[in-house]
Design a protein around this ligand. Structure first.
Ligand code: CU
Length: 159
């Protein structure tokens, strides 16, 4: 196999894989405020569309806060799980792996119960379209067009 052909095949694979990768969004929780007390995380999450493959980034000074992933009851009651389950790096990245409701709280002092340092989000399945089912997505069209283009390039190069 010629190296040109190998390159083009690689390109074709990248063209198929890339759209799904490029669509993942990284959300800095709290934006410039980061992960802190006395911030309205419900308001921050409101209107955002979290999808499988997206990332949450919790930023805070190390030691000042931490991050626990909890269930709905612990979220409501601010029940702090065992300390060894905490994320503590100050730049904690969580990849949203499954759809559904997700809850995160800070386990330091009364940050959750009094400071309101708690985040609840709903993660939607991966994909381009809105929640309504749409089998023929724009992504598919783009990918097909790219494939045709690459197939043309390969045939040109191999003549
Ligand atoms: Cu905290």
């Amino acid at each position: 196999m010629s190296s040109t052909k190998q390159f083009l095949i690689t390109l074709a694979i990248v063209a198929i894989v890339l759209p799904s990768v490029a669509l993942a969004t990284e959300y800095k929780v709290g934006d410039s405020a980061g992960w802190t007390i006395k911030f309205d995380y419900a308001n921050w999450a409101n209107g955002k569309e979290f999808r499988v493959g997206d990332k949450l980034v919790f930023t805070y000074p190390v030691g000042a806060h931490n991050v626990f992933k909890v269930n709905g009851t612990s979220f409501k009651d601010c029940t702090i799980p065992p300390l060894n389950e905490a994320l503590t790096s100050g730049n904690d990245v969580i990849t949203l792996a499954t759809p559904g409701n997700k809850w995160y709280i800070c386990g330091v002092g009364q940050h959750c119960a009094v400071g309101g340092q708690k985040l609840s989000i709903t993660v939607l399945p991966a994909g381009l379209e809105a929640p309504a089912p749409a089998p023929s997505s724009a992504k598919g069209v783009v990918a097909s067009a790219l494939l045709v283009l690459i197939a043309l390039m390969i045939s040109l190069f191999t003549i």
